[in-house]
Design a protein around this ligand. Sequence first.
Ligand code: GDD
Ligand code: MN
Length: 376
Amino acid sequence: MNVVVIIPTFNEKGNIENLIDILEEEVFPKIKNHEMRILIADDNSPDGTAREIEKLMSKWKNLDLTTGEKKGLGAAYVRAMTYAVEKGADVMFEMDADLQHDPAKIPEFLKKMDEGYDMVIGTRYSAGGSIPKEWPFKRKMFSVLGNLLVRTILLKFSIHDWTGGYRAVKKEVFIKEKPELTDFKGYTFQVSFLNKAVRDGFRIAEVPFHFGERHVGSSKIAPMAYIIDLLKYVITASLQEKLFGPFGKFLVVGGTGFIIQAVILRAMVGVWKIDPTISNLTGAVAAIFSNFNLNNIWTFKTEKIHGLMQYLWKLFNFYATSAVGVILIQTGIIFLGDNLFGKKYYFWYFIFGTGILLIYNFTVYRLIIWRKQPHK
Ligand code: GDD
Ligand code: MN
């Protein structure tokens, strides 16, 4: 594979030559099965980082430079990744210029890529990873709590390090997500990029690493602005996912099912004078059929069921789980309530039972009927 290590720089003249030497002389010679290159993404650093790179480019033929206006870390990465993909990159690394990301870990990331993962995340918060011991308590707190907050608000706990900047990503992931990587141009880019990759089912692995101290130059993070930007992103993304994602659509489909059932019930009883029990059952059968198809073509369209046999089998499952839900869960809760606290509050048991029923149904659909498939 063609691998490009992208290093964003803003005033990193004191670090960059050192890092490039380590990559070229110590790390790349150990990697035999991939073509390794370096791309520096500099934003017209006033300290002359770019001139330094131009000098080094005559020494290292696999070293390249893209320069542009300073619009933030995320914007620099999007520009550099676009450039790298145009030049034929298959895999791109994200790596800081200040040697806080141990370059010796690169082969471990590549091994995961060879195993078929689409994105590999360097993590400081799993066993084998760490943040600098020398950091003051307050800085450690910010780092740990920030990540915990992101995981909690997004309700995604399988990834431990959302904010870090040591990663490898296949070009397919970048090409797919690029159109959406426009809103958060600063450090929040890391969280938003990863969150979209998770949403789209890309296969993601983690590699623990020790985050080192910066010895030369200074951090470019503006902590308060970063935290506000980050919270803005995770809160809106999480709300959007919950309301307009599959769960929101599932609720809308359920609402249409309710209307179908109610209309059939009233029509059969009122117009054709049919027995209400039979009418309700007919309405339920029709509503469930409609729910199944709407969920299949809309709510879970990324996991759409194909083939007649598969369709009939899943439809049967859907009827069976719907029946179990209504009879055991919803009616069961009303039955329990009636017997434990009296029949007086039956409607509250119904409301509570319906809430549990919704969670049960959604879980069954997501985990069994329209199970999320890994990205192809
Ligand atoms: N081109 C460009 N443009 N480069 C930038 C910009 C920018 O606007 N801002 C920062 N950089 C470069 C820096 O020169 C450095 O190489 C790298 O991006 C990381 O910046 P630092 O300033 O060293 O970040 P940090 O060490 O404080 O932040 C670390 O933690 C963050 C949050 O967990 C990094 O690992 C970040 O990647 C991470 O998001
Ligand atoms: Mn740094």
